[in-house]
Write a protein that binds this ligand. Sequence first.
Ligand code: HEC
Length: 91
Amino acid sequence: MKILRLLAKVVAGVLVLFALTLGAVYFLSSQRMSVRCDVDPASIVTSDDSTTLALGAHIADIRGCTDCHGPDLRGRTSAAGPSWTIRFSEP
Ligand code: HEC
């Protein structure tokens, strides 16, 4: 019977650790997801010179943005996805 009692304590300990870990992950991810950044759109500097545009196209290409948003970033329909995927980055 002692072994059963010990086993019950170990299982209870593992469950408590699991619950604490779950709670910590939930708390930390909730905190990160609730971060809001105030950005003044007027403060964003844009440029349309060819060098900057080429760099942006390169970044969109190597980061995989064009995989989902299409080669010209106008949006793309996902053949396999549900209907909401049709909205992929539509302007
Ligand atoms: C795995 C597919 C996928 C990839 C890769 C991807 N996106 Fe998206 N993106 C989406 C989807 C889905 C949406 C949501 C579209 C909607 O809700 O209409 C979206 C929305 C956006 C939006 C609009 C966000 C908003 O709040 O309106 C921007 C901007 C954007 N993506 C930029 C990028 C950039 C930059 C990259 C590359 C670094 C990128 N995306 C890579 C799928 C992707």
